[in-house]
Ligand binder design. Structure first.
Ligand SMILES: [Zn+2]
Length: 416
C-alpha cells in the first residue's frame, strides 16, 4: 500500500496541457501549510472520448513534477476502472479507483462469501458511536440486506484488487473503492457495512467514495438539502474513524468526494467538519480544467472565440450523444441553451459572464456551462486546431486553470 497523505486533490485534465498550472495550485496550497498531494485522474471513458492512452497522463504528471521541481508525493489515478478496463492502466498508475457501482444490488456469487460477510456484520452489533444521534444496529435482517445490496460490489472490489496486486508491488499503489455513480445514496450505516465487508476481504482501501444524497452535477453547485448533507457527512466521518480503529482498515482511510467540481455551497461544511474531526479528505474535481480552457479561449477573442462559437454550434447538433455518458450528473434545461444564431453574436465578455461559475452573475447560465462541460469530445475531434489554440493562448488559459483550482477549490475545501 502506498500511503496517502491527509489531503489529496484529484484533478482532471482532458487534453493534458495544464499539468504545470494544476500542480502550481497544489504547491501553493502546500506553501499555505496544507498536507496536500496532487492526484491526476482520467477515466477510461475520458481517454476513449478523447482518444488518448493512460500512459499519457503519467507522462504529463511526471513532466509537470520535473518542470516545477516538486519532490513530494503525487499520484496518477486509474479513475473508475473495473475488471475489464484496468489492464491498460496497470503499468502507469499508482492509484486505482475501483468502480464497483455496476455490482450494486447484487449478493456475492458464493454462499460461503455471503455467510462470511453476514457473520462480520452481525459482530458489529449495536453501535452507539460518539457524535451519532442514534445507534447503528446490525441485526440479522440488516446484515442480510447489506450483503444482498453491497456484497457483490465488495466481492468485485476484492477480485479487482487481486488482479492489480498480481501485477504490482503491494507497496506501490493506493486503492479507492467507489460506489458513487448510482442513484441510491449510501448512508453511514451502509458505509460502515461496506467497510466491514472490505475489511473481511483485506482490501486496503484508503479512500471510499459513497453516493451522498443530493445531486453532484458536473461543474455546477450542489443541488440538495444542506442540513441533511452536513449530518450525513459528519456521520460518515465518525463511521470511518470507527472502521480504522475496530476493523483494521488503513489509518489513512478517508472519504473521497467525487464532487463534479464547483460544489461551493458544500465546501464550508466539508472544511469545518474535516477540521472538527481531524479527518483526511480526497476530493475529485472532474474536468473543469477543460471549461477553463474554453472560457480562456473565448476571453482571448478573435479566432479563439470563433473556435468556441463553432464548437458550440456543432455541439447543438449532438446534444443527446454528448450528454448520454453523463446522464446521472447533468441537469440541462434545453430551453436555456442559446440557439446557434444567438451564439454567433457572442462577445468575449458575454461568454465569460454566461459560462464562468460566478454565482452572483445575472447572466450565468448553468445549463450552458454543463453542456460545455461535456462537449470536450468535439474539441478532441479538431485535433491540432484546438491544441494549437491552447498553446497560443497559454497565458490566459493557465491563469484561469490555476485560479480555479487554487482560489475556488483548494483554499475553500481544506482546513488549514
Ligand atoms: Zn466519480
Amino acid at each position: 500500500m502506498k500511503k496517502l497523505p491527509r489531503f489529496t486533490f484529484g484533478m482532471g485534465d482532458r487534453f493534458g496541457h495544464q499539468g504545470e498550472a494544476q500542480l502550481q495550485a497544489v504547491l501553493d496550497g502546500r506553501a499555505q501549510g496544507l498536507e496536500l498531494a496532487p492526484v491526476w485522474n482520467k477515466s477510461k471513458r475520458e481517454h476513449t472520448l478523447i482518444g488518448t492512452q493512460p500512459q499519457s497522463l503519467r507522462d504529463e504528471a511526471d513532466a509537470a513534477v520535473q518542470a516545477l521541481g516538486y519532490d513530494g508525493a503525487y499520484f496518477v489515478d486509474a479513475d473508475h476502472i473495473n475488471f475489464e478496463t484496468v489492464d491498460d492502466f496497470l503499468a502507469c498508475s499508482d492509484f486505482f479507483t475501483l468502480d464497483v457501482a455496476e455490482e450494486l444490488g447484487k449478493p456475492p456469487a458464493s454462499a460461503e462469501t455471503a455467510a462470511d460477510y453476514e457473520a462480520a456484520l452481525l459482530k458489529l452489533g449495536t453501535l452507539a458511536l460518539d457524535g451519532l444521534s442514534e445507534p447503528l444496529v446490525y441485526d440479522a435482517a440488516t446484515a442480510s440486506e447489506l450483503v444482498n445490496c453491497y456484497g457483490g460490489a465488495v466481492e468485485a472490489a476484492k477480485k479487482l484488487f487481486d488482479k492489480i496486486s498480481a501485477q504490482k508491488d503491494a507497496g506501490s499503489f493506493a486503492v479507492e473503492v467507489s460506489m458513487d455513480e448510482t442513484d441510491n445514496p449510501q448512508g453511514p450505516k451502509e458505509l460502515l457495512g461496506i467497510l466491514c465487508m472490505l475489511a473481511v476481504e483485506g482490501v486496503p482501501a484508503q479512500t471510499i467514495a459513497p453516493k451522498f444524497s443530493g445531486r453532484f452535477n458536473k461543474g455546477v453547485d450542489y443541488v440538495g438539502d444542506l442540513v441533511q448533507f452536513r449530518a450525513e457527512f459528519e456521520a460518515d466521518l465518525i463511521v470511518l474513524r470507527y472502521a480504522v480503529e475496530a476493523l483494521g482498515l488503513p489509518d489513512s482511510l478517508k472519504l473521497s468526494v467525487h464532487s463534479g467540481s464547483d460544489k461551493f455551497s458544500l465546501y464550508p461544511i466539508i472544511r469545518e467538519l474535516v477540521a472538527k474531526h481531524a479527518a483526511g479528505l480526497h476530493i475529485k474535481t472532474a474536468g473543469t480544467t477543460w471549461l477553463e480552457e474554453v472560457i480562456g479561449l473565448a476571453e482571448a477573442g478573435g479566432a479563439a472565440l470563433d473556435f468556441v462559437k463553432a464548437l458550440y454550434a456543432e455541439a447543438l447538433d449532438h446534444v443527446d450523444e454528448l450528454t448520454a455518458p453523463y446522464a446521472t450528473v447533468l441537469d440541462i434545461n434545453p430551453a436555456e441553451l442559446p440557439s446557434a444564431e444567438q451564439s454567433a453574436q457572442w462577445t468575449s465578455e458575454q461568454f465569460v459572464r454566461m459560462v464562468a461559475h460566478e454565482q452572483d452573475e445575472p447572466l450565468f447560465n448553468s445549463s450552458l456551462r454543463q453542456f460545455f462541460h461535456v462537449a470536450f469530445k468535439l474539441a478532441a475531434q479538431t485535433g491540432d486546431e484546438y491544441l494549437d489554440l491552447l498553446k497560443e493562448h497559454a497565458e490566459v488559459v493557465n491563469r484561469r486553470v490555476y485560479d480555479n483550482l487554487y482560489n475556488k477549490h483548494i483554499l475553500k475545501i481544506f482546513p488549514r
